[in-house]
Design a binder for this molecule. Structure first.
Ligand code: HEM
Length: 416
């Protein structure tokens, strides 16, 4: 079996995932943190595990101590009082909180946000367009989602640099170690959000946090700590993921082996063909998505995973962690024709990049919008864009849940 979690694996995990799908589709492994967990890698198994009520999202199903130590879940979320968020809870609490936030985070609100995302993308591009070179992670993919989510939540402009700083600390420390840096950043963000929610209560606006407060006033109550946890998870889930969509997507399009796909994307941009750009974003999510493994799940009881009619997998004991490997499932040849091929016009593409079931990504419409606008602006505005490094030399962060680049150096013809 190919070794997991090495540097070579971080650079290209797909051969190891092919081996897992073939030889050990439900595989027990020891994670770099020392925690033992089961990896689910085949598409059908992954899809059913994501919606399996026998798998809980509550970290206490596993071990409160492991959670407190930041070995499962988001480091610092327990000590910061941020654990009652959507990714850590099961029905009926999940149903109630998801309904509440869905009332505030509507597709209409997201669609109305497009001009703002466009202006953000253009503003960031303006800052380096005359230079002829840039690091697209630090100067483009990273700032765009954090400013977007801050705007949406209603973080005042003068506080956004501070949030950007803390978010940077979360990402910088987000790889396997050290966990303490993430926990510190989470604590600061928590303090800030609690204070912001408090302020908004007496001065409601048109933003998402005000929408949450309003929604909670309509019969269903949202406690102060639930509101803070909700704002936090929107920020946390909506930030690094989108950085990686823009980063991984740009890398894939700039890789010379994908020249024809890049030409097709550029044509869709020149033609203003939003449908083709939307399909392209879906394929980039499947091909090299931002979320390598879905967030933590834990067996509520002794159970066996695996599709009906299969040979039956190994027995998973109550309390054991299960990680659904989205990146492996989305390259499964049993579901996708030519799974290792980037095909922006792929018609049959029910990828799992946004998950599946009751925890399906709440921010998917916003993520799709940001991905489409950011990639289209980049390829429309920067002529002769190319990587300044060999694609194989680019460095990946090597985190467990997320898959993303540390940097993405590019050059292009400077704009005067
Ligand atoms: C959940 C992916 C962007 C908010 C999820 C899940 C995935 C995912 C895979 C399910 C996790 C699981 O079942 O364990 C992505 C990707 C994104 C993205 C690939 C970008 C390309 C966003 C954005 C927001 C957001 C922009 C909000 C502003 C959430 C929330 C959940 C979630 C709140 C939890 C939903 C629940 O548990 O009910 N996302 N996400 N995501 N995402 Fe996203």
């Amino acid at each position: 079996m190919t070794e997991l979690f090495t540097r070579a694996f971080a650079d290209d995990p797909y051969p190891a995932y092919a081996a897992l799908r073939r030889d050990a589709p439900v595989h027990r492994t020891t994670l770099p943190s020392g925690v033992d967990a089961w990896l689910v890698s085949r598409y059908e198994d992954a899809r059913s595990a994501l919606a399996d009520p026998r798998l809980s999202k509550n970290p206490d199903t596993h071990s409160r101590a492991a959670h407190a130590a930041g070995k499962v879940g988001i480091p610092g979320e327990r000590s910061s009082g941020l654990i009652t968020h959507l990714l850590n809870i099961d029905p009926p609490d999940h149903t109630r909180l998801r309904r509440l936030v869905s009332r505030a985070f509507t597709p209409r609100r997201v669609a109305a946000f497009e001009p703002r995302v466009q202006a953000l993308a253009d503003g960031l591009l303006d800052a380096f367009a005359a230079r002829g070179s840039a690091d697209l992670i630090h100067e483009y993919a990273f700032p765009l989602p954090i400013y977007a989510i801050c705007d949406l939540l209603g973080v005042p402009g003068e506080d956004q640099e501070q949030l950007r700083d803390w978010a940077g600390q979360m990402i910088r420390h987000g790889a396997r170690a050290p966990r303490g840096g993430v926990a510190r950043a989470v604590k600061r963000i928590r303090g800030y959000l609690a204070e912001l929610i408090h302020r908004k209560r007496s001065d409601l606006g048109d933003d998402l946090i005000s929408g949450l407060i309003r929604a909670s006033d309509h019969g269903e109550h949202l406690t102060e700590s639930e509101a803070a946890a909700m704002a936090f998870i929107l920020l946390f889930a909506g930030f690094e993921t989108t950085v990686n969509l823009i980063g991984n997507g740009t890398r894939a399009l700039l890789d010379p082996v994908h020249g024809a796909q890049r030409a097709a994307f550029e044509k869709s941009v020149a033609d203003g063909d939003a449908a083709a750009q939307t399909a392209a974003v879906e394929e980039l999510l499947r091909f090299d998505g931002p979320v390598e493994m879905a967030t933590w799940r834990f067996a509520r009881e002794d159970l066996v995973l695996g599709g009906p009619g299969g040979p039956g997998g190994p027995r998973i004991a109550a309390g054991e962690p299960v990680l659904v490997v989205l990146a492996a499932a989305d390259r499964d040849g049993a579901r996708f024709a030519d799974p290792d091929l980037l095909d922006l016009a792929r018609a049959d593409n029910p990828h799992l990049g946004f998950g599946h079931g009751i925890h399906y990504c709440l921010g998917a419409p916003l993520a799709r919008l940001e991905g489409r606008v950011a990639l289209a602006a980049l390829f429309r505005r920067l002529p002769d864009l190319e990587l300044s490094a060999d694609p194989s030399e680019l460095r990946w962060r090597g985190g467990l849940i997320m898959r993303g680049l540390r940097d993405l150096p590019v050059s292009f013809a400077p704009l005067s």
